[in-house]
Design a protein around this ligand. Structure first.
Ligand code: ADP
Ligand code: ADP
Length: 228
């Protein structure tokens, strides 16, 4: 599903954020990415949806070879890779319905398909009753659930979550995890960068620990393994 081979990223300021990293992730896996701040986690993740281009090495995501991919093909990749962020990134002037519908309109889904799917994903995250609300009328946890609904609306093969519980309290974080687990159980591959040791240690999945741009630990049913 995802394969990185000898991938490095050196930014223009001379920092090597990812250093000759290789990894393989199979379809349907749930993988935590852990490591100290500045380890290269975000750079690693951003290379999977072509937000960052590697300086060397190859990246394959699903049927897409990101190394040889043309710029005009990037939108196709972005349909295959759903994204969720720490700060939700909902569009503040659009309602819950419109935020999710918009993600489907840009890929030219018909109004009928959109309407059905928006309600379906809202049902999955338990927020059908908030369909007409605006983001600022929702709690942080609710906003993140909407962001997840939006990320899966186009049925991506991979869902990438960069610190999805970073701004949420422990109970709300667990609700988010229950939703991610359900999405994973439906077959979607999930990559989640996190500093949440409780989640990693309680809900066991493969752990990739990154330090200084390299994978220093790759453990099935792994542990968080850092003090902070
Ligand atoms: P690239 O090598 O991908 O072209 P750049 O070095 O040009 O990346 O930087 C891309 C953007 O990231 C710039 O807007 C830059 O200001 C910002 N940036 C620079 N240094 C850092 C840093 N240490 N952490 C996060 N962002 C940074
Ligand atoms: P993490 O997500 O683990 O905190 P990052 O991938 O954000 O790690 O950063 C890895 C290293 O690359 C850090 O030293 C950071 O300052 C640097 N870095 C990240 N983004 C940029 C950028 N756009 N331009 C230059 N340096 C960057």
């Amino acid at each position: 599903m995802i394969e990185m081979l000898n991938v490095s990223k050196k930014y223009n300021n001379g920092i090597t954020a990812v250093n000759n990293l290789s990894v393989k992730i199979e379809q349907g896996e749930f993988v935590y990415i852990v490591g100290p701040s500045g380890a290269g986690k975000s750079t690693f993740i951003k290379m999977m949806y072509r937000e960052v281009k590697p300086t060397s090495g190859t990246v394959q995501v699903g049927k897409y070879n990101l190394t040889t991919m043309k710029e005009k093909e990037v939108p196709l990749l972005r349909r295959f890779v759903g994204m969720v962020f720490q700060d939700f990134k909902l569009l503040p002037k659009l309602t819950v319905y419109e935020n999710i519908a918009y993600a489907m309109e840009v890929v030219e889904k018909s109004p009928k398909v959109i309407q059905k799917r928006v309600l379906e994903v809202l049902d999955l995250v338990g927020l059908k009753h908030k369909v007409r609300m605006f983001p600022n009328e929702l709690s942080g946890g609710e906003q993140q659930r909407i962001a997840i609904a939006r990320a899966i609306a186009n049925m991506p093969g991979v869902l990438i979550a960069d610190e999805p519980t970073g701004n949420l309290d422990p109970d709300t974080s667990m609700e988010i995890m229950r939703i991610l687990e359900e999405i994973n159980n439906q077959g979607t591959t999930i990559l989640m960068a996190t500093h949440n040791s409780q989640i990693v240690n309680d809900i066991k999945h493969r752990v990739l620990a990154i330090e200084n741009g390299r994978i220093v630990r790759d453990q099935q049913e792994g542990e968080y393994g850092y003090e902070i």
